[in-house]
Design a protein around this ligand. Structure first.
Ligand code: TRP
Length: 463
């Protein structure tokens, strides 16, 4: 077998996996979902999903990857269940779809670095015009995809791991400074209250579905990204504790991103918090206004820092998204890594064009689809987002845990998990994981998947 490469150390894996998890999902997605989905009530449901249901899925993905040392499709073949590789193929498809629109948003963020550095805070009011200018934002997107491809082409330890080791700590330091800054502002407390004090009357079915999709997306689960990363992990590494660390890091950074943004919104809205429902534009519209209100050089520095940070976070995620189809092509089609990378990246960039032009430039992709029972059309990018995050990922997660527990069988999974985790056998964690992976996660995820599809696309609301 060709040398596939591997992480040089346990820390390298953890950093790369945490880098994959921490991305636009935490800093762009999480606050806007909180803003739309009723504040702290959403946060509570999100936390329950992450720790109770998603952590077991993460452990399972990494274990399957390490056991087989294969990509998301090859892993199922290697275990002897070829039919199940459809789950891996679905994962590759999700990865391609997610990266195609994710890169568009990353391109917007990339362009904002230059806008902020130039002190152009007025971009906030012109965000609509900014994203319609598809040749400019398209060029930013192309640059972002090329950077991603460059990192991935350097291979597992040389590219992915090195980038993550450098970028992750920088990111954390940058975010914490912005938290401290935002907490010093007037009316920051109103923001904190919205964010941290739950009002459970806000809790509806769609809050629950969104929290589930957000948890999967943010933790990079459900499409075999961690099967792929797991395939580069050493046999003596502790999967149980690594996954716990990755989950905590990801949730922690999302929570801190909220701590940075909601006090800023409190400040900007004089404590009324009326702007929080703004949706996907939150960080592109509201934040630059705040940086603008700081004004001058300081505003430019804070704004530039923020978008540099966002792009760092996005890059370690796009790298993992690209790695999934690349590993598949390298393993299964025996194409050289460097060639596979550029081929796949080009393909995904082209797949992303409808998401790029569907924000006002192309009428067709802007009003792409009207869901049954909806009163207005959904644009292509949001449609991709709903399709991948809220449906394909939880479905993938559900099938992966079901497969591990009932097809590959629990004792085999347990065997793999206990390599490198001496205290695992007989522990409470083992008992909980067995229960969650065999029964709890497949049932809850399966049921919620059906409910989400009915509710989002067909307007049939069961809860
Ligand atoms: N988790 C990343 C974020 O929060 C996005 C991401 C990277 C992802 N790799 C993934 C999502 C794999 C799902 C599957 O921004």
């Amino acid at each position: 077998m060709a040398n596939r490469g591997g992480f040089s150390s346990k820390l390298g894996f953890i950093m790369a996996a945490a880098g994959s998890a921490v991305g636009l999902g935490n800093i762009w997605g999480f606050p806007y979902e909180v803003g739309q989905g009723g504040g702290a009530a959403f946060v509570v449901v999100y936390l329950i999903f992450c720790f109770i249901l998603c952590y077991p899925v993460m452990v399972t993905e990494i274990a399957i990857g390490r056991k087989t040392q294969k990509n998301a499709v090859g892993a199922f073949n290697d275990l002897g269940y070829k039919k199940w590789n459809i789950v891996g193929k679905m994962g590759i498809l999700s990865g391609v779809l997610i990266l195609s629109f994710y890169n568009v948003i990353a391109g917007w963020a990339f362009g904002y670095i230059f806008e902020m550095a130039a002190g152009n805070f007025g971009i906030a009011e012109q965000f609509g015009d900014y994203i319609v200018d598809i040749f400019t934002v398209g060029a930013y997107g192309l640059a972002f995809m090329a950077t991603t491809a460059f990192v991935v082409s350097r291979g597992v330890s040389g590219g992915i791991e090195k980038a993550a080791k450098l970028l992750m700590p920088t990111l954390i330091i940058m975010i914490l400074s912005l938290v401290i800054y935002s907490l010093t502002l007037e009316n920051s407390f109103a923001g904190l209250q919205f964010y941290l004090v739950p009002d459970f009357s806000e809790l509806t079915g769609s809050v629950i579905y969104n929290a589930m999709g957000q948890a999967f997306f943010s933790l990079s689960l459900g499409m075999g990204a961690l099967i792929t990363y797991g395939s580069y992990v050493g046999k003596n590494d502790n999967i149980i504790s690594s996954a716990a660390f990755i989950t905590l890091a990801d949730v922690g950074i999302a929570l801190i991103a909220g701590l940075m943004i909601f006090p800023l919104i409190g400040f900007m809205t004089d404590g009324t918090m009326t702007e929080v429902g703004r949706g996907p534009g939150l960080i592109f519209v509201t934040l630059p206004q705040i940086f603008g209100s700081i004004g001058g050089t300081l505003g430019a520095i804070v704004g530039t820092t923020f978008f540099v940070l966002l792009c760092f976070a996005a890059l370690t995620s796009t790298v993992s998204l690209l790695e999934v189809p690349v590993a598949y092509v390298v393993d299964e089609m025996s194409i050289r890594r460097s060639r596979a990378v550029w081929l796949v990246a080009t393909l995904i960039f082209i797949t992303g064009i409808p998401s790029l032009v569907g924000n006002g430039y192309s009428e067709f992709f802007t009003n792409f689809i009207v869901y049954v029972g909806a009163d207005k059309a959904t644009d292509f990018l949001s449609f991709m987002n709903h399709l991948a995050n809220d449906t394909l990922l939880p479905l993938g997660g559900c099938l992966i845990v079901f497969f591990a527990a009932h097809v590959w069988k629990k004792h085999n999974l347990d065997e793999e998990l206990s390599n490198g985790a001496p205290g695992y056998k007989g522990s409470f964690v083992q008992k909980y994981l067995n229960f969650a992976i065999s029964y709890l996660a497949p049932t809850v995820l399966g049921v919620l998947f059906v409910f989400t599809v009915l509710s989002t696309f067909f307007g049939i609301k069961i809860i």
